[in-house]
Design a protein. Structure first.
Length: 387
């Protein structure tokens, strides 16, 4: 908005606004002797115009208007997650006028989501997790921010909202007994599965990072600089790891180097045996016909393996948690573990693996014992002085 003097004691304000993709221009003349009064009156008028513009939109319409900008340059997996949040927002707010959105209304909406039952994959009903609610709110907040930039909304209502807090869960890992069974039976697996599980368990690699390793000669270390995923729509894509810190160099144990070398030799022999039926994927981990192994198949192979050897089910990511446990129990400091895990900062590592560094009771006992030793030494020194 801008204001110009057009005559004695007269000022004209001009305001432009985009509604449904079309640019609209508004003007109004104010009669006053002082420009500062004209500015004040124009600001009131501006809010009236913008509020009227936002009343032309429902929440559904507002999200639809800005959606392509909100998901622009996002990975397919991120877009899948955003679309799930969008559906959740529309299912619960849908035809509410966008102008009715306010921190108070949104707080009630968040509280409603926290107590709403939703369908799960199992027969049991469950409520939305705090993480799901935070992600849904974030997407709505992003939509409102774009709407403010486009002058659909005069301001964003997404502020001062209290999010639900869930109970913190410790990272699940293999028990010592299950770890022994898991490792002792790896030799029974096809080489692709064996190497895949070893890379998670002994190098802390994420599933996408393992699937993104290319089929090239590998020595005693491997550079992790990409990850391969598949969207819910079945589209395969490769992108950089989760954070810049996730780009790292991983040292490989000798047995894993040997297994990777054997796997590449096995692929070469399969290529000769199958001829044109071999797909010759450029990735190290392949399916039986040489095509890239899909992420879902990783989970299924791990599920079948744990079931066959008779241990509790563990996810691929929990193999990574087990690596962290082994490294921490070996006395590795927090900063080093954070680098090995490829976390953005050590606070991320600490928030997940606090319990791995030392049990609270043990830590407190160690501190108490330290102070006890200090006092005993002090008492001994006093005894010597007295004598």
């Amino acid at each position: 908005m801008y204001i110009v003097k057009v005559d004695t004691n007269k000022y004209r304000a001009t305001l432009s606004q985009t509604i449904n993709g079309k640019r609209k221009r508004y003007t109004k003349t104010f009669t006053t002797a002082k420009k500062k009064d004209a500015v004040r009156m124009a600001q009131v008028w501006e809010q009236e115009v913008l509020t009227k513009g936002s009343s032309d939109y429902t929440v559904h319409g507002l999200i639809s208007a800005v959606w392509e900008t909100v998901i622009k340059n996002k990975s397919p997996n991120t877009v899948d997650g955003y679309n799930a949040c969008r559906k959740r927002i529309i299912d619960t707010l849908d035809d509410m006028p966008a102008s009715d959105l306010s921190p108070r209304v949104l707080q009630r909406w968040i509280d409603k989501l926290a107590n709403m039952e939703t369908k799960a994959n199992s027969h049991k009903k469950r409520r939305y997790s705090p993480k799901t609610i935070r992600e849904t709110y974030f997407v709505l907040s992003r939509c409102c921010s774009v709407a403010v930039n486009w002058e659909i909304l005069p301001s964003s209502p997404c502020h001062d909202i209290i999010m639900p807090i869930g109970a913190k869960k410790e990272a699940h890992i293999l028990s010592p007994e299950d770890f022994t069974k898991f490792v002792d039976n790896l030799y029974t697996l096809p080489l692709d599965s064996k190497v895949m599980f070893e890379l998670a368990l002994f190098c802390s690699l994420r599933r996408g990072e393992v699937l993104g390793i290319e089929d090239k000669p590998i020595c005693d270390r491997i550079v992790i600089d990409k990850a391969r995923y598949r969207s819910k729509s079945g589209v395969d894509f490769v992108k950089s790891p989760k954070t810049t810190s996730a780009v790292r160099v991983c040292a490989l144990p000798q047995f894993l180097q040997d297994d990777i070398r054997a796997l590449r030799e096995y692929h070469a022999s399969e290529k000769k045996r199958l001829g044109s039926a071999w797909n010759n994927s450029k990735y190290l981990i392949k399916s039986e016909d040489g095509s890239p192994l899909i992420p879902h198949a990783v989970n299924e192979r791990l599920r079948r393996y744990t079931s066959r050897i008779g241990i509790d089910h563990v996810t691929f990511h929990q193999l990574r948690h087990t690596f962290a446990s082994m490294v921490a129990s070996n006395g590795t400091d927090l900063v080093t573990l954070s680098r090995l895990m490829g976390h953005a900062n050590k606070s991320t590592t600490l928030s997940i693996y606090t319990h791995l560094f030392q049990d609270d009771a043990d830590f407190g006992r160690d501190v108490a014992n330290t102070f006890d030793d200090v006092m005993k030494n002090s008492a001994k020194s006093h005894e010597k002085v007295t004598i």
